[in-house]
Structures are given as C-alpha cells and as structure tokens.
Ligand binder design. Structure first.
Ligand code: NAD
Ligand code: DAU
Length: 341
C-alpha cells in the first residue's frame, strides 16, 4: 500500500510513520509536510534513509504539491494544532485546517483514493457530564476546534455528494515522545527539568482524556484497514484526569527518576490567568471502535507517563534544539548535503 501521510513531521504524524514502517514494512510512505514551527524533520531522523520512506516538503493548501505523487490513500494529520495559538491568531488555522483539507478532498475525489481524516474530540465542545459519542452534536468552542469541525463537515459533504471513500477519526488528548513543548505534558516535564515555573490555567480542574500516542496510531491504522467509508470513529482510552493531577503525577515521576526533592518541583506550580473559553471537560466514548473494529488501548496511564518522562530526560538535545530554534535549520542542512551527492 502507498500512503500519503500529511503532517508527518509533527508529533502524531511522526509516531504514526514510525509505527506503520514497523507494522507494515512493505508499505510505501510519502510524508508531505510544510515544516511549520511544529514540523521537525529530526522527529524522523532514524528512518529518513529507509528506501520506502520519502519526505516531500509541501503545503496541503497547494494543489501542485501532490501532483506527480502516487498513492492509494491519504492520511491527513496536517493541521495547526495548538488551541492557545488559535486564540491569538486564527488565520493559519482556517487556511490549513479548512482550505487544506478541502484541497486534499478534491485530490481524493479526482484520484478516487481513500481519505482518512484525523480529527479531534474538541469538535464536540465541552461536557460536564456523560461522554461524547459519534452522534453527539458538534459544538466547537475555540477557533482551532471550529476549524477542525469545519473540516469534518467538508469530509461529510464530500462523502454524501461525491461518494468519496472517506473516514473521520476523533481522538482525545495524546501524549508521548516527540510532542512539541508548547503542549501541557512536555511543557511540565521540560520546565521541571529546567526549574522554571509551571503555568496552570485557572483552577487546574479542567479535565482531559489522555491517550498514549502509539495507541492512537494503532487505532488510525485499524480504521484504515477495517473502517467503513463515511463513518466517524471516536478514539479514547477512558482516562479522564484533572490537569492538576496530571501535573503532580509528572512532577513525582521526574523527582523519582532524577532523585530530586518532589516538594521543590511542586513549588514550581504557578496558577495563572485562565485560557479564554477554556473547555472544562472532554470525555470520549470509544465503544464503536472497540466493538466494530476490535481496537483497544494497550498502554496504561502510569506506564505511558513513566515512558514519556524517561524519553524527555534521555532526549534533552531534541527539545533544547527546539527551544533554541536550531531544529529549524536541520532540513536545509540535510537538503544541501543531498544536493552535493
Ligand atoms: P503538530 O502540530 O505536532 O503537527 C502538525 C504537523 O502538520 C506539522 O508537522 C506541521 O509542519 C504540519 N503542517 C501544518 N500546516 C501544514 C500545511 N499547510 N501543509 C502541510 N503540513 C502542514 O500536531 P499533532 O499534535 O501531531 O496533531 C496531528 C493531527 O492530529 C492534527 O490534525 C490534530 O488536529 C489531530 N489531533 C491531535 C491531538 C493531540 O492531542 N495532539 C488529538 C486529536 C487529534
Ligand atoms: O483533545 C484533543 C486536543 O488536545 C487536540 O485536538 C489538540 O490539537 C491538542 O493540542 C490538545 O488540546 P488541549 O488544549 O487540550 O491541549 P493542551 O496541551 O494545550 O492543554 C491541555 C490542558 O492543560 C488544557 O486544559 C489547558 C491546560 N494547560 C495547558 C498549557 C499549555 C495549562 O494549564 N497550562 C499550560 O501551560
């Protein structure tokens, strides 16, 4: 199978490519990524020379970027993904998440290929009680969530109108290796290691439903192979936690691993002004994917958090190069090397 993976240099996309190359070593992977601030080709350093993996720098909003590429399915991870950035400036979110998805839908329509759209539980909005099912209404609250909900609507419209073979997955909050340090879990670990304040929005009691990134990647692969065209699949691991509990767990692990005083680390916690429109609680009902596809999470939260803390401790250079901005030069340097050969 030949997969066009968009946004493969980001957090989930790079974990997905690594997963696919080990689960299906015969697959051809084309990674189409614009390399925005969130795209880091160093995330795939260990596999960039594998013959059935090809990186293409390009923008999903640009029709030309897929011209000449051969593939059987598009897995669309490419997006602007950070809620706080969407509150500051929503324009790139509307462009990439809506217009970029539209462009890929047109490509899928022209080529009659499978289109798997990676979406999010944030499209359902916030709920104090109960769980989001695939039939829950879409009530997005942030510009990011609204842009993802819009792209989901476009996918639905293309299925209904043009009968394209598209599926949508809606996953809860991911964590694990290679997550950009603007997101809560890597930010807490890195600030603890650097002894910097740890900003907690509001009262710290907002609830997120956490899933280990590799479990999400397995779910996307399972939907690609066993999902039905036109269907939506929620992905979650029934793991709701208030933010403050996650932060305390992370600080406890960092203290344990580095033999530090836990109290010194919890002293870094700093309650700050709340995020505008901060969703109180996300909670996914994953029954459909469990029953119809036979997928379930393998990683417990305790183990996943330990693995993640260990990864950030062992890969200090990776995140230091992000913080210094050095990582942005990696692609150009590699490219120049290739031109010389
Ligand atoms: P990320 O920000 O880490 O990575 C996004 C990637 O997309 C980057 O490599 C970036 O360079 C690329 N990109 C951005 N604009 C592009 C464009 N116009 N053309 C081509 N490439 C472009 O994001 P992530 O956390 O890995 O999320 C991946 C996908 O999964 C997104 O669609 C997101 O909405 C969805 N999702 C994320 C989570 C989560 O917890 N992180 C949960 C559910 C769903
Ligand atoms: O639910 C899936 C979504 O999860 C994805 O669609 C998004 O792409 C992804 O970014 C994530 O969105 P969140 O807004 O939930 O993730 P974030 O890591 O930004 O924040 C998690 C929670 O922690 C949220 O309640 C806000 C809070 N927070 C976040 C940061 C960065 C803090 O308290 N302090 C912080 O510094």
């Amino acid at each position: 199978m030949r997969l066009l993976v968009t946004g493969g240099a980001g957090f989930i996309g790079s974990n997905y490519i690594r997963y696919i190359l080990s689960a299906h070593p015969d697959y051809q992977i084309l990674n189409l990524d614009k390399l925005t601030y969130a795209g880091n080709p160093e995330n795939l350093k260990d596999i960039e020379t594998i013959p059935n993996y090809t990186f293409v720098r390009g923008d999903i909003c640009d029709r030309e970027s897929v011209r000449g590429l051969e593939f059987d399915a598009i897995i669309n991870f490419a997006a602007e993904s950070h809620v706080d950035r969407s509150i500051l400036d929503s324009s790139p979110f509307l462009r990439t998440n809506i217009m970029g998805t539209h462009n890929l839908l047109e490509t899928a329509r022209e080529r009659d290929c499978i289109f798997l759209h990676v979406s999010t539980d944030e499209v359902y909005g916030s709920t104090e009680n109960g769980f989001f099912t695939e039939d829950s209404p879409l009530r997005p609250n942030s510009p990011y969530a609204a842009s993802k909900a819009s792209s989901d609507m476009l996918v639905r419209a293309y299925v209904e109108t043009y009968k394209i073979r598209a599926m949508i997955t809606r996953c809860s909050n991911n964590y694990g290796p290679y997550q950009f340090p603007e997101k809560l879990i890597p930010l807490v670990i890195i600030n603890a290691l650097d002894k910097k304040p740890i900003p907690v929005y509001g009262d710290g009691m907002n609830v997120r439903d956490w899933i280990y990134v590799e479990d999400h990647c397995r779910a996307v692969d399972a939907v690609l192979h066993k999902g039905a065209a036109g269907e939506v699949y929620n992905i979650g691991s029934r793991n709701e936690r208030p933010n403050i509990e996650v932060i305390r767990l992370l600080l406890g692990k960092v203290a344990e691993r580095l033999d530090l005083n836990e109290k010194d680390l919890t002293g870094l916690i700093s309650f700050v002004k709340d995020r505008e429109g901060h969703d109180r609680r996300y909670a996914i009902d994953p029954l459909k994917i469990e029953r119809q596809i036979g997928w379930g999470p393998l990683m417990s939260f305790e183990e996943g958090i330990s693995k993640t803390v260990d990864w950030y401790i062992s890969n200090k250079q990776w995140w230091e190069r992000i913080i210094s901005g050095e990582y942005m030069r990696y692609y150009d340097a590699q490219y120049r090397e290739r031109l010389k050969k």
